[in-house]
Design a protein around this ligand. Structure first.
Ligand SMILES: NC(=O)c1ccc[n+]([C@@H]2O[C@H](COP(=O)([O-])OP(=O)(O)OC[C@H]3O[C@@H](n4cnc5c(N)ncnc54)[C@H](O)[C@@H]3O)[C@@H](O)[C@H]2O)c1
Length: 324
């Protein structure tokens, strides 16, 4: 009997590429759903699959319990594992595979798209022009250069490092905090090490978040932390929406303390149509497309598919997040 796989990621399913043939070559029975799926939907489906090839679906303790004993492996299409109860999966000796090292360049490029969109007023001006508002002379919006400004990177991992490399090319000063700081990298690219997050917040014109979401980082950017930042700071978030307290960011945008918030992620995805940050002043939100380039999707999908196929056929070429 062929293995039965639940495929939920829409990015994977909707983007053309060689990963589709690769998945077919596994000889699986594939059940396709349009994720990210809620816990309720996952619970309806759970129990009949040998593997999940998933995105940001709610894979909770209850979902894992209902999926076992048949479920052999979770192959996450991506690197963020915050929607999977990895701790419980590990207790149950259920391997969670993931795809580090495939989308860091693409997400770093997106980070600069948001930054320039804000500082050069590209987004607001482009929308105005589209609406027939080509203002002249002194009424034209005036932006800021990023050259010579300080970018503070919180989380100097794969994506954070790519952001640093690009920041250097733009002539920015770079400071960073990471509990596992890569000294060799920082020496090579001239990144100043900060002792803690607060030191980054005090000294940055641009704060860019690139750490994981977990119990210790959830809500890490809130009113008291924003108060520590420079006036008119630009905050960028291509990591996870829940790192930032939405109401606090909204207040800071309205008061002008924060000069711009560029985010590829929100605390709820998809957001309710009246989400407070949609339409907030100087705020650019993209719909979690930071890793969606043809190049990156293909790399990520190929890695996730190889993880799944190789694991199920007993080949050691897979990347496991929860070693046990
Ligand atoms: N927008 C997107 O489409 C997209 C795509 C890929 C990844 N992401 C998100 O980007 C984030 C980073 O991904 P990555 O590939 O660079 O991961 P990574 O593991 O390479 O880097 C994360 C870094 O954060 C550091 N860190 C952990 N806790 C920290 C803290 N409290 N303060 C500062 N640094 C801390 C870690 O030491 C690590 O170096 C993840 O949250 C991931 O979910 C988003």
């Amino acid at each position: 009997m062929s293995s039965r796989i639940l495929l939920t990621t829409t990015s994977y399913q909707d983007t053309p590429g060689s990963h589709h043939d690769l998945l077919e070559s596994g000889g699986f029975e594939i059940v396709r759903e349009r994720g990210p799926l809620s816990e309720a939907r996952m619970l309806e489906l759970a129990g009949e699959f040998d593997g999940f090839l998933c995105g940001d679906d709610a894979i909770t303790q209850a979902v894992i319990d209902k999926s076992l004993p048949r479920l052999k492996v979770i192959s996450k299409y991506g690197i963020g594992l915050d929607k999977i109860d990895v701790k419980y999966a590990t207790e149950k000796r259920l391997p969670v595979l993931f795809t580090p090292g495939v989308n860091h360049t693409t997400v770093a490029e997106h980070t600069f798209g948001l930054l320039l969109g804000i500082t050069k007023k590209i987004q607001s001006n482009a929308v105005a022009v589209q609406n027939g508002e080509w203002v002249a002379g002194w009424k034209k919006p005036v932006g800021n250069e990023i050259m010579g400004k300080t970018i503070g990177i919180i989380g100097l991992g794969r994506i954070g490092k790519e952001v640093a490399i690009r920041a250097k090319a733009f002539g920015m000063d770079i400071i960073a905090y990471d509990p596992f700081f890569d000294g060799a990298f920082s020496y090579k690219y001239g990144v100043k090490r900060c002792a803690n997050m607060d030191e980054v917040l005090h000294n940055s014109d641009v704060v860019s978040l690139h750490c994981f979401l977990d119990d210790t980082t959830e809500g890490m950017i809130n009113t008291s932390k924003i108060a520590e930042m420079r006036d008119n700071v630009v905050v960028l978030n291509c990591a996870r929406g829940e790192l930032v307290v939405v109401e606090d960011m909204l207040e800071a945008l309205k008061s002008g303390k924060v000069g711009g918030y560029g985010a590829d992620v929100l605390d709820a995805e998809p957001p309710a149509p009246n989400h407070p940050l949609i339409g907030a002043p100087n705020c650019i939100i993209t719909s979690h497309i930071g890793s969606r380039t043809h190049e990156s999707v293909n790399r990520q999908a190929t890695r996730a598919t190889n993880n799944l196929i190789n694991f199920l056929k007993g080949d050691s070429d897979f990347i496991q997040a929860n070693k046990f």
